[in-house]
Design a binder for this molecule. Structure first.
Ligand SMILES: Nc1ncnc2c1ncn2[C@@H]1O[C@H](COP(=O)(O)OP(=O)(O)O)[C@@H](O)[C@H]1O
Ligand SMILES: [Mg+2]
Length: 251
């Protein structure tokens, strides 16, 4: 077993199950650290249940949740067993790539989050703790297009959630934008940077009143705007040139 991470409430280890050629992540949480733990109740399973009902490819599946007592210390643990994801957490990725994050990467992150938010909204589920340590970044060398993939884990049980997944995503977006070297970007990427900072971070993701902003809390509309940034840049550039197009969205 290899120690791979320590989160807010537990320690995570990677283990290789040789008989099935599988890599598993084991999160050991002392029961006193589980916010929803009560004897004879299984509310703490909800973290796994939430993840397992979701079909979105981002969500890391849980294979089992077990009780375990440390034979030496006699301490009681709950062990969450998940599929292991090869790669880095987004927090580790950010630390390793300050000043080097590309706009395409941020667009792919948002697109993955909007896809997840769409299913969450349809099912009436809240993740409740989206932040850079709970998002994993993985890039398979067998992926034909070489795209990065984002995987989300560590759902919070009902009643213990942070209120808004949208605001949580806005905070991650802010950190990612701080890792972009604006002056080194081509004009298309500067244009997209301005749209992400002024429109998505400044309004769409932090507004909770859909009558004030019709993209607020609306993953479909958020995705559709993200999909149209190239077209918006092309249209603005055609009428006044690319530099003026960037200036027109800068605030
Ligand atoms: N399935 C996994 N595959 C790879 N790394 C993981 C996996 N699950 C968690 N980790 C790593 O372990 C850290 C802690 O896991 P997490 O579930 O967030 O614990 P906590 O509930 O204590 O916050 C994560 O930030 C991540 O770096
Ligand atoms: Mg965590």
């Amino acid at each position: 077993m290899e120690h791979i991470g320590t989160g807010a409430i537990g320690r995570v280890y990677r283990a290789h199950a040789a008989h099935i050629d599988g890599d598993l992540a084991f999160k050991f949480v002392p029961i006193e650290n589980l916010p929803s733990y009560q004897p004879d109740q299984d509310d703490y399973l909800e973290e796994a249940r939430k993840a397992n009902v979701l079909e979105n490819q981002c969500v890391v599946p849980y294979l089992d949740v077990l009780s375990w007592e440390d034979p030496v210390l006699g301490r009681e643990f709950v062990v969450f067993i998940r599929q292991y994801v090869w790669g880095l957490s987004l927090a580790q990725f950010i630390r390793a790539n300050r000043g080097n994050v590309e706009l395409r990467f941020i667009e792919q992150f948002l697109s993955a989050m909007f896809g997840l938010l769409f299913e969450l909204e349809q099912r009436g589920i809240v993740h409740g703790d989206i932040h850079a340590d709970n998002v994993l970044v993985t890039r398979s060398r067998y992926n034909l297009r070489g795209d990065v993939q984002f995987r989300v884990t560590d759902f919070k049980p009902t009643g213990h959630e942070q209120p808004s997944d949208y605001v949580a995503i806005a905070l991650v977006l802010k950190r990612l934008l701080e890792c972009v070297r604006y002056e080194e970007q081509e004009l298309r990427d500067r244009y997209v940077f301005e749209i992400l900072r002024n429109d998505f971070l400044g309004r769409h993701l932090v507004e909770s009143d859909p009558t004030a902003d019709d993209r607020a809390l609306n993953p479909r509309r958020l995705q559709s705007k993200l999909d149209s940034v190239d077209e918006m840049f092309a249209v603005a550039s055609a009428s006044r040139g690319p530099e003026a197009a960037v200036r027109s969205v800068r605030r």
